[in-house]
Design a protein around this ligand. Structure first.
Ligand code: PMP
Length: 452
């Protein structure tokens, strides 16, 4: 795998400086809003919002469909889509209608609404696990699933793939180190204990490595994305996912598919797309159409094991909960998104648009002879500065090039196109058009022409 991005550093810096100056000119209102945020930690509502290719974040005025308008009146074609939170498009009408109705009629009551059962039934139909519970984030869905599986198995450890991302889940911040053993991921903030006490790790696409770790007999669950999506897209090789299922069964380890991003593969995520049989599915972001929600779905064996456990406090202080989880607004939004927006036919069109996006990218990159690769998972496309495409998280992490990424992001933003920060990722929503794809490609081609 070549990891030389194929560009001159000095030239890249000159171009990026020029683009950042243009960015500052076009975003005076955003700059001024940022400067007025003295009482926000890091000047932003959440510290990750400082991940901005143009020195400061763009401030939102309004967003609809796949368009965003910022406080300076600049309009963008949005391929970031809230890093999947807005895969249904921004403020889709059925979600707005359902939420508006709910907002007027009680926001936080500690009572269930009937929307939750409808949403649960639809998730069960799509993902094949029957018993669903709701959180407000995918992170919490993962945390709670982990707790339940530790309780059921009596085992202490969780296994993840190196360079995975499952939200701010303590157990997941482990990578395969240079000596092949698990070690804390760089930058891990305030770990409660050494992560190797709670976790094991294997490379994606490495069944031998997975078996080596599972053989210790202390792993309650494998928590994984069926394709990695947070270190570029790393697709599973033939037989890998079947092998994971076989090994987890062999060693009495539960399997959690985190579908938060791989939902892009189709209406039932990668689980349905590849015919997988996880014990638990976790998800969040897109299923609420932009309204905060997370969810985990449990297989029936697991439900039976949990129901027999009078020692587990699932109702009060046992460590699984959240006062606003399952609130009426989240439930109304989830029901509306699943029933009316992220439907089978919406996925058909999103996936067709993404295929066109990927094909165009491959052509442009090939035209410049760059050693880059393009991967697609349903409606999600990402390129990496390595060819052939990385096979696992460590290889993919090694192909990162923050300077090149920043240049492309700011160049595109200056011409009205947004990619996802933290990624070279483009996601399609139901209203993303082939014209939008063509516009991205025109600008991307112009950026490469200047660069090479
Ligand atoms: N799982 C996956 C696969 C994710 O990509 C993310 C967020 N990018 C999460 C979980 C956590 O989602 P949230 O930040 O909404 O809790």
């Amino acid at each position: 795998m070549s990891t030389d991005s194929g560009v001159s550093r000095a030239h890249l810096k000159t171009l990026t400086d020029r683009e950042r100056a243009t960015f500052a000119d076009r975003h005076a209102g955003s700059r001024s809003a940022y400067d007025r945020s003295d009482n926000l930690f890091g000047r932003v509502p959440m510290t990750w919002m400082n991940k901005a290719a143009g020195d400061f974040p763009i401030y939102l005025d309004r967003a609809y469909g796949n368009r965003i308008v910022d406080v300076d009146g600049n309009e963008f074609i949005d391929f970031a889509l809230g890093d999947t939170g807005a895969m249904a498009g921004h403020s889709p009408e059925p979600v707005v209608a359902a939420v508006t109705e709910r907002v007027r009629n009680g926001l936080s009551t500690m009572m269930p609404t009937e929307d939750a059962a409808v949403a649960g039934a639809e998730l069960a139909r799509r993902f094949g696990v029957p018993a669903w519970s709701f959180s407000l984030t995918a992170t919490d869905a993962n945390r709670w699933a982990i707790r339940l599986l530790r309780a059921v198995t009596g085992r202490s450890k969780i296994l993840v793939n190196s360079y995975c991302y499952h939200g701010s889940v303590d157990e997941s911040l482990i990578v395969v180190g240079p000596d092949g053993r698990g070690t804390s991921r760089d930058g891990n903030v305030g770990a409660p204990v050494d992560v190797t006490l709670t976790s094991r790790v294997a490379e994606f696409n490495d069944l031998a490595g997975l078996e080596r770790e599972l053989a210790h007999g202390d792993v309650a669950a494998v928590l994984m994305e069926p394709a990695l999506t947070n270190i570029g897209i790393v697709l599973p090789e033939d037989g890998y996912l079947a092998g994971v299922r076989e090994l987890t069964r062999k060693y009495g380890t539960y399997l959690i598919n985190d579908e938060t991003h791989t939902f892009s593969a189709g209406p039932g995520g990668a689980t349905a797309f590849w015919g997988l049989e996880p014990d638990v599915v976790t998800i969040g972001k897109a299923i609420g159409g932009g309204v905060p929600v997370g969810a985990y779905g449990l297989g029936s064996d697991l439900v039976a094991s949990l129901q027999g456990r009078a020692d587990l406090d699932l109702i009060d202080m046992g460590g699984v909960g959240g006062t606003l989880a399952g609130n009426p607004v989240s439930m109304a939004a989830t029901r509306a998104t699943l029933e009316h927006v992220l439907t089978e036919s919406a996925f058909d069109s999103m996936i067709a648009t993404a295929s066109a996006f990927a094909e165009g990218l491959i052509k442009i990159i090939g035209g410049y002879g760059l050693p880059w690769s393009v991967s697609r998972l349903g409606a999600r496309v990402e390129y990496r500065f390595a060819s052939p495409a990385p096979r696992n998280g460590t290889e993919s992490a090694a192909s990162a090039d923050a300077e090149l990424e920043d240049f492309l992001h700011v160049y595109l933003a200056n011409r009205g196109v947004l990619l996802t920060p933290f990624h070279n990722m483009a996601l399609m929503c139901p209203t993303t058009s082939l014209n939008d794809v063509a516009r991205h490609h025109e600008i991307f081609d112009a950026a490469l022409k200047e660069l090479i």
